[in-house]
Design a protein around this ligand. Structure first.
Ligand code: GLV
Ligand code: MN
Ligand code: MN
Ligand code: MN
Length: 428
């Protein structure tokens, strides 16, 4: 009961949404593409600038900074009970190619602003409050999502990480060492990143919904109850190629056409689940050599499959892998297939769900309990601590595109709910 005593009066928490937007806009300019598009890939110069930007903000708000071997950045606001596990909040600042300025960043910049609002309100935390900048939630560089949180939760093996290379054929560890993170070996790096027992008492993440429901229903805050199960596959087809004029159709084994058939098979298997909750996307499809007058010799597809029902998602994954084999045999091409990740769904913890709902209610905001169809670092943090998420509406549900947008008022609402939630969870 003490835990959920109202530690700070809702009205004393003041958040200026326009100011948060102004900070998010400055961060958005640290990008490989021009505003409004944001592209910020792990350990590139703009990612490193974003890290410094966030560390400066943390320092401005009197947080003590610690960075782990994988580059996860923690800003700590000490509590009166320094030996207690922390209330941890955070998200990511990496952005997929041509993304928008709110995905992830809101949960970092907004969290720092939530801490600032609590400090202005005179709140004194009991459990320490920590803001976290996760390394590489997005899979862009190494094909692996949530690298930082997987490692923190002990859900990443050295073999798995070492099997992933970037487009220049380099390993995570190599690149991490070059920018001042890393360790002597991948296993040392992972061991050093793993959270210790009792280090975190609660984890909560603020994020834009990335779907249309809150806006459509005119609601202020999404209280996330679960995160859908994501899977990622990579399939390659290899044929013999040839001259687009000279090689007659019966003599071809066109890897590009095998890939095209597989992309359509993904859609077919997903639709066959009969549920709108099953989704599948062939998000990259590369053919080589990539010349108009050359029969494609290689095709490489990256396939994303998700569902709120884990076993049903697994059946679609199996069907897609079976199709890859069948298509390769029929079209006489060689093939490889690889499951990059196939993660179970995660449930929010009832303590955080109630803390978020009560905080929203104290602010007079309307709420909806909902499932997150996007994945987040919260998926892995749920393995080490009670987890919860706060969603705010975003325009038309758009995300992973430059016109991603949330209103300053919704941002202020989300940050205020996060502040009150952390105050409740911290006690004080
Ligand atoms: C995260 O960006 C996701 O793809 O859900
Ligand atoms: Mn994203
Ligand atoms: Mn995100
Ligand atoms: Mn994401």
């Amino acid at each position: 009961v003490a835990l959920f005593a109202v530690a700070v009066r809702a009205q004393t928490v003041q958040v200026d949404g326009n100011k948060v937007v102004e900070v998010l806009t400055r961060l958005a300019n640290l990008s490989d593409h021009e505003n409004p598009a944001v592209t910020r890939i792990l350990f590139t110069p703009n990612d490193m600038l974003a890290r410094n930007f966030v560390k400066d903000l943390m320092r401005e708000h009197h947080m003590t900074i610690r960075e782990d071997a994988m580059g996860n950045i923690f800003g700590r606001w000490e509590g009166s009970d320094a030996s207690a596990g922390s209330v941890l909040t955070g998200s990511h600042c990496d952005a997929i190619p041509l993304a928008g300025m709110y995905d992830g960043t809101l949960g970092v910049i907004g969290a720092i602003e939530a801490v600032a609002a609590l400090q202005r309100a005179g709140f004194k935390p009991s459990r320490p409050i920590e803001v976290l900048f996760f390394t590489s939630e997005e899979p862009t560089r190494f094909g692996l999502s949530c690298s930082g949180s997987r490692a923190m939760a002990g859900a990443l093996t050295a073999e798995a990480l070492e099997s992933k290379l970037d487009s220049q054929g380099r390993h995570f560890l190599q690149v991490a060492n070059e920018v001042g993170y890393g360790a002597a070996s991948t296993s040392d790096m992972l061991a050093a990143t793993r959270l210790k027992e009792g280090q975190v008492d609660y984890f909560v993440e603020l994020h834009i919904e990335q779907g249309p429901l809150l806006e459509r229903e005119g609601l202020d805050i999404g209280v996330v109850t679960a995160i859908a199960a994501p899977a990622a596959l990579e399939v390659t087809f290899h044929g013999d190629g040839g001259h687009a004029g000279g090689q007659l159709m019966p003599d071809r084994n066109d890897a590009g056409l095998a890939g095209a058939e597989l992309a359509l098979a993904v859609e077919r298997h997903v639709l066959a689940s009969g549920s709108v909750d099953t989704v599948g996307t062939t998000g990259t499809f590369e053919i080589a050599p990539g010349a108009i007058n050359s029969v494609p010799r290689d095709a490489r597809l990256a396939i994303d499959i998700r569902d709120i029902d884990g076993p049903r998602r697994d059946r679609v994954v199996a069907a897609v892998l079976a199709s890859a084999k069948e298509i390769a045999e029929r079209r006489k091409v060689r093939y490889t297939s690889r499951v990059i990740n196939q993660d179970p769904p995660a449930s929010s913890h009832e303590d955080i769900v109630s803390a978020v709902a009560a905080s929203a209610e104290a602010l007079g905001l309307s709420t909806k309990r909902m499932v997150s169809r996007a994945y987040h670092d919260s998926l892995f943090m749920a393995r080490v601590a009670p987890m919860g998420m706060i969603f705010i509406p975003c325009k038309n549900g758009w995300s992973h595109r430059p016109d991603e947008f949330s209103k300053p008022q919704d941002i202020a609402n989300g940050v205020s709910v996060l502040a009150l939630t952390m105050a409740r969870l911290s006690g004080g």
